[in-house]
Design a protein around this ligand. Structure first.
Ligand SMILES: [Zn+2]
Length: 264
């Protein structure tokens, strides 16, 4: 499945939700600048730091972007694209497709595609908001000629969705920064994890997936992973991964293209 000499493949992915995740979760937040500032941090501070970090470590990455965020912050999307990273679709707003009609879901996908395709490369990847994949999502991805989905938690290797040409690049909450670091006032009882704990969890899972020759996808959000202490941890983790032989760091689009001919 992997290129010659490669044992395990790694993708660093970033979901650029910015303010949208706060508004979709609770529309009254649209009138709360303090709440929204948590999302704005992604645009002002986190993405620039992440782009520098990726460049320093020569790692290509995939950014799943909310269409409305791209409309509101085109200079951020341009900066990501100009550094050679992949732009992929993540819904027009952060409304879960499972809360939408099929028509609304399609409109959200089509609108996001038309915005992101404007940056020069054809968008081929989709990750639904909050990984809420609806019963219609797969056929919509086929209809709009996506190459891959990155939404399912049922494997550690890519697979083809039966009866379609859509490659699945599986993810898991374990390898998402939000369950470990997300904090919101409505969950005061949820403790923010120490970076040492998250590093331990991610490192152990990487070793396991490496031994099995699988696909390690880290799902991160600039507003969450982009705190200085967490970025230091991420960079140390990248360096550690490089000490393993046969690790391929790739964008999701390149991974989907690589594995497609091996899947049926
Ligand atoms: Zn998201």
């Amino acid at each position: 499945m992997w290129p010659t000499g490669i044992k395990c493949t790694v993708a660093f992915t970033f979901d650029l939700d910015a303010e949208s995740v706060w508004i979709s979760g609770n529309p009254t937040n649209a009138d709360k600048p303090g709440v929204l500032s948590q999302g704005r941090y992604a645009i002002r501070v986190a993405v620039p730091l992440i782009l520098e970090l990726l460049e320093r470590n020569e790692i290509p990455s995939t950014f799943f972007i909310i269409g409305k965020v791209a409309e509101e912050h085109p200079e951020t999307v341009r900066a990501i694209a100009d550094r050679g990273h992949e732009l992929a679709a993540h819904g027009y707003t952060h409304t879960p497709p499972t809360d939408q009609t099929p028509e609304e879901e399609e409109e959200s996908i089509v609108r996001t595609l038309s915005i992101l395709n404007g940056y020069g490369s054809k968008v081929v990847g989709y990750r639904s908001p909050s990984w809420e994949f609806s019963r219609h999502t797969l056929e919509l991805l086929e209809k709009h000629q996506f190459a891959y989905s990155s939404n399912m938690m049922d494997d550690i290797r890519p697979y083809l969705h039966p009866g379609t040409s859509i490659v699945e690049l599986p993810i898991h909450w374990l390898l998402d920064d939000a369950p470990h670091f997300w904090f919101a006032k409505d969950t005061w009882n949820k403790k923010i994890s120490a970076i040492s704990e998250v590093r331990e969890i991610w490192g152990a899972e990487f070793e396991g997936i490496y031994e099995l020759g699988g696909l390690f996808i880290l799902t991160m959000h600039p507003q969450i992973i982009g705190r200085p202490s967490r970025l230091k941890m991420l960079e140390e983790f990248m360096t550690s991964m490089r000490s393993y032989t046969g690790v391929w760091f790739a964008t999701c689009a390149d991974i989907a293209e690589q594995v497609k001919e091996h899947l049926s």
